[in-house]
Design a protein around this ligand. Structure first.
Ligand code: AP5
Length: 221
């Protein structure tokens, strides 16, 4: 079992690569962004508050997201967990370490996906996803083969996220640099950090991530 974190700013390609690892390796993707998007459609008071915070581009409280992850860690782990968009603060990183330790698991690699800020605006404003199967597309770099129809499941329910606009992105980036980027140093100090070039084409990023997994698995012996 291999457990990894995909770490990077909004639009770095975390979700794109996580979906591929699920398909090709049978890993389980734990995306706190996806979990929170589910919560916001619940219509509960908590869901409404989460929606406001996300649309502004701010981070949801540590307590909420740690609770979500704790619940999922008790479920199916496939051939390992991919933490996508979690942890995002030092408190979340400490909590994850404690949760993994308590359940007798370890973290094998933290993969930093490095991307220039200028590329992110283009990535975020051009993104759309399938509302049925979750496949991620892009107007320019990954359009659907047939306009308006998902290549994977054939659905016409293609959606754009409410926070995928330049104003929210600016705030999301600010949150990333203030609260999440310190995790790069944190995991470097723990000896878990690997860095890949997130600006490379999707297939090249995938190959680099596969290389890291091989290295991490070999290191574990
Ligand atoms: P979340 O859903 O986690 O969003 P994010 O981190 O901002 O990341 P994105 O989903 O925007 O980007 P991605 O890296 O997955 O990129 P993707 O693969 O889609 O979080 C949303 C919000 O929820 C947060 O702002 C916060 O409010 C809240 N939240 C979530 N987790 C939280 C936590 N732990 N604590 C507190 N709050 C939390 O790719 C983007 C686009 O680029 C796509 O169109 C794709 O096709 C394209 N693309 C991907 N790779 C490439 C490539 N190599 N070359 C060219 N194009 C590419």
């Amino acid at each position: 079992m291999t457990n990894i974190i995909l770490l990077g700013p909004p639009g770095a390609g975390k979700g794109t690569q996580a979906r591929r690892l699920v398909e090709e390796r049978g890993m389980v993707q734990l995306s706190t962004g996806d979990m929170l998007r589910e919560a916001r459609t619940s219509g509960t008071e908590m869901g409404k508050k989460v929606a406001e915070v996300m649309d502004r581009g701010d981070l949801v409280t540590d307590e909420i997201v740690i609770g979500l992850i704790e619940e999922r860690l008790a479920g199916n782990h496939g051939s390992g967990f991919i933490f996508d968009g979690f942890p995002r603060t030092l408190a979340q990183a400490d909590a994850l370490g404690a949760l993994l330790g308590r359940t007798g698991r370890q973290l094998d690699a933290v993969i930093e996906m490095r991307v220039d800020d200028e590329a992110l605006v283009d990535r975020i404003t051009g993104r759309f996803t399938c509302g049925q199967c979750g496949e991620v597309y892009h107007d320019k770099t990954k359009p659907t083969a047939k306009e308006g129809v998902c290549d994977v499941c054939g659905s016409t329910d293609l959606r754009r996220r409410a926070d995928d606009n330049e104003e929210s992105l600016r705030q999301r980036l600010m949150e990333y640099y203030k609260k999440t980027s310190p995790l790069i140093g944190y995991y470097y100090a723990l000896g878990d950090l690997f860095t890949v070039d997130g600006l490379a084409p999707i297939e090249d990023v995938a190959a680099a991530i596969d290389g890291v997994l091989k290295q991490a698995e070999a290191g574990r012996g």
